[in-house]
Design a protein around this ligand. Structure first.
Ligand code: ATP
Length: 434
């Protein structure tokens, strides 16, 4: 690294619409373009923010790039011009934001942007708050249209400045421009093969239970497919096995996907608010009922008797069978987000199961046969031996579910949700959905 190079962190967000583009593509493109005049100074980052935010296009992603360069003004100008020409400005919901943090400012802005990043993953932030933070910290930024993208852009810079969070990797491949919007060709068999060779170091490429390819999007954006995993090595190995149409470019992002970073520990139902995601312990109060659309819902009660509806929605497919086997008295911890007063379950840890018993006529101690009723309120009598008993026998029935951790299948997993295969809990049985 030469002495007069200046380090610069670039955070960007909100460039896409449902009709096309993807902020991760723009991040990869800009990183590639800058590589001719700058040195990459750290991993490319893809951070997922609060998954309940209604303005999101799909997965509430934002991107950060870190480079060292001689001419930051030129870099800033180039990035802004690429956003201006690639972002879907015509879409009402596309409000790009880009933030530049220059090396000299790092120490001064680090703690505040770290806090901002963590809040953006768990909480709801206003555009005014974001503008106030960027202004107070004296950052160079550009907010297009209503500037909402500034929230994600600042958060991404915070993530780059404070890299100590749990992380995974995603290897993203992008299509040639002339193919955007046309059906994708990614050979399914090769994806199953890649999964076979690299699972559990990679995950969510395919959903074996529901027979669905998960890692190839269906929307008209530039992404061809993305492989998620624990290391660069694992995702690279998997991509090497995949057969597909020609790839225009690709990149490996370091990401907070699969880390549960969005979850907040809630002491009880009173702590739980809409548009936030929680870990909440309680007792099952009712058996799940299934409503129109196939969503299964049960009532959970906390230790103070406060209740909340917990749902396994239809897209969670076979996970609903787990929820449907719960009965009142089961103690569980639910993981998921709250929307419109309902807890949308991503994972459940069944801590203990209520006992289910059945009353049966007692056995005769002499011949071992079941006694018959001796008449109303007269107990039981063995017809053969004449032995009697006053009370019936109580028999514990086996439950159809076991204590342990269960999760939604790959096809329904949220980007931020930590897959059970990443859990290190030797004392808790894990039932990963693959
Ligand atoms: P894609 O993942 O496909 O690139 P997206 O799902 O990331 O798209 P965006 O188009 O980026 O969706 O829209 C999300 C918007 O919400 C952005 O403007 C972002 O700044 C904003 N946002 C992100 N996190 C929060 C938050 N915690 N509070 C308020 N706004 C947020």
């Amino acid at each position: 690294m030469s002495g007069d190079m200046i380090k610069i962190i670039i955070g960007l967000d909100d460039t896409d619409s449902r009709d096309g583009m993807c902020t991760t593509y723009l991040g990869a493109l800009i990183a590639d373009e800058l590589s001719s005049s700058c040195e990459q100074a750290g991993d490319l980052l893809l951070v997922r923010l609060n998954p309940t935010i209604p303005y999101k296009t799909r997965g509430n992603a934002s991107v950060a790039i870190s480079v060292e360069c001689h001419d930051p003004t030129r870099v800033i100008g180039h990035v802004i011009s690429r956003i201006a020409s690639f972002a879907r400005m015509d879409c009402e919901n596309t409000n790009p934001g880009v933030v530049f943090v220059l090396g000299d400012d790092f120490d001064g802005v680090k703690p505040e942007l770290d806090e901002f990043f963590r809040r953006a993953v768990r909480d709801v932030i206003t555009i005014d708050e974001a503008k106030a933070v960027a202004g107070k910290l004296g950052l160079t930024y550009r907010a297009f249209k209503n500037g909402r993208g500034l929230i994600g852009a600042l958060a991404a810079c915070g993530a780059m400045l404070n890299p100590g969070w749990d992380h995974t990797y995603e290897y993203l491949t992008y299509r040639k421009k002339e193919m955007w919007g046309t059906p994708r060709f990614v050979d399914s068999e090769s994806l199953y093969e890649a999964d076979n060779c690299t699972y559990p170091e990679t995950w969510d490429s395919v959903d074996r239970v529901n027979k669905i390819v998960v890692c190839v999007p269906r929307s008209p954006d530039p992404v061809l497919f993305g492989i998620r995993g624990n290391s660069r090595q694992a995702v690279t190995e998997a991509v090497g096995i995949v057969r597909s149409e020609e790839i225009e470019r690709s990149c490996i992002y370091r990401t907070n996907q699969g880390t549960d970073m969005h979850l907040i520990h809630a002491a009880g139902v009173d702590d739980v608010h809409g548009m936030h995601s929680y870990i909440l312990e309680g007792i099952v109060e009712t058996v799940a009922h299934t409503i129109k659309g196939g969503h299964s819902i049960f009532v959970l009660s906390d230790d103070w008797g406060k209740t909340i509806d917990c749902a396994a929605f239809e897209p969670t497919k076979n996970f609903r069978d787990v929820v449907r086997r719960l009965i009142p008295g089961d103690r569980v911890i639910v993981y998921g987000s709250v929307m419109d007063g309902t807890f949308n379950i991503e994972k459940i840890n069944i801590l203990s199961l209520a006992e289910v018993s059945e009353k049966r006529n007692p056995e005769c101690p002499s011949c071992g046969k079941r006694m018959k009723s001796a008449g109303a309120e007269q107990g039981y009598r063995c017809r053969k031996c004449g032995t009697t008993a006053q009370v019936p026998e109580t028999v514990c029935l086996e439950r159809t579910i076991a204590v342990g951790f269960y999760e939604v299948p790959s096809c329904a997993r949220r980007h931020l949700a930590k897959p059970l295969i990443r859990f290190k809990t030797p004392d808790t049985p894990l039932f990963p959905g693959r």
